[in-house]
Design a binder for this molecule. Structure first.
Ligand SMILES: C[S@@+](CC[C@H](N)C(=O)[O-])C[C@H]1O[C@@H](n2cnc3c(N)ncnc32)[C@H](O)[C@@H]1O
Length: 196
């Protein structure tokens, strides 16, 4: 029943053009959570319809997820899906711009999957909610291959955005506050940065 429900969310997201995480990207993230048993408190920037937060919460019963979404219609769908999955005690969606979210919680993992041009802003904003060992995970650092091959897009604003992503990717890899690995071939390009 649960698997069928997840398939339904996924199919509806594709039909509605909601960019949920790619299959190999989500598989990577879930494997990462399985391998790191100490991860309990998670912050997700970019809920969309709740697909990735539901998948993450299913890994271990003691996981708690705060998830942030700016779009009211996405948020409403996510609230419904999370309730239908019976996970409302452990997944807490907020209708808010991720860059405005304030909490005292120190997270074990911050998963960043919201506005791609704002990744630097989210990282610096949530540094106060990270401790030694906290992981930051960033998806879409290839942006459909366009970051490394501008000829794949003729759209000027897309090119401006991918230039920002490229700069963020380079800065993150050089940032001495973190130990960072970039998985270029996974999902849409995923980086995992652990705070030292
Ligand atoms: C790629 S989707 C998230 C997919 C979701 N993590 C999944 O895999 O199931 C990105 C979402 O971030 C939301 N978003 C964009 N800018 C945001 C912001 N500043 N704060 C919070 N959410 C934002 C978008 O409305 C969109 O629903």
């Amino acid at each position: 029943m649960q698997d069928q429900f997840l398939e339904t969310i996924k199919k509806k997201a594709y039909l509605d053009d909601v960019p949920i995480m790619k299959d190999d990207g989500i598989a990577f993230l879930l494997d990462f959570l399985r391998e790191h048993e100490n991860i309990r408190d998670i912050l997700e920037c970019g809920t969309a319809v709740g697909y990735s937060s539901i998948r993450m919460a299913q890994i271990r019963w003691d996981m708690r997820i705060d998830t942030l979404e700016i779009d009211p219609s996405m948020y409403e769908q996510a609230v419904r899906n999370i309730q239908e999955a019976g996970l409302q005690e452990r997944i807490h969606p907020y209708l808010i711009d991720a860059a405005s979210f304030e909490t005292d919680t120190v997270y074990d993992l911050v998963f960043v999957d919201a506005a791609k041009s704002q990744y630097r802003r989210y990282l610096e904003h949530f540094m106060k909610n990270a401790g030694k060992g906290t992981y930051f995970v960033f998806d879409n650092l290839n942006f459909h291959g366009i970051v490394d091959d501008h000829s794949l897009s003729a759209n000027r604003s897309t090119i401006q955005m991918v230039n920002k992503i490229r700069k963020f990717r380079e800065d993150l890899l050089a940032d001495e506050r973190f130990e960072t690995k970039f998985y270029a071939q996974t999902g849409d390009g995923i980086a995992v940065a652990q705070l030292l």
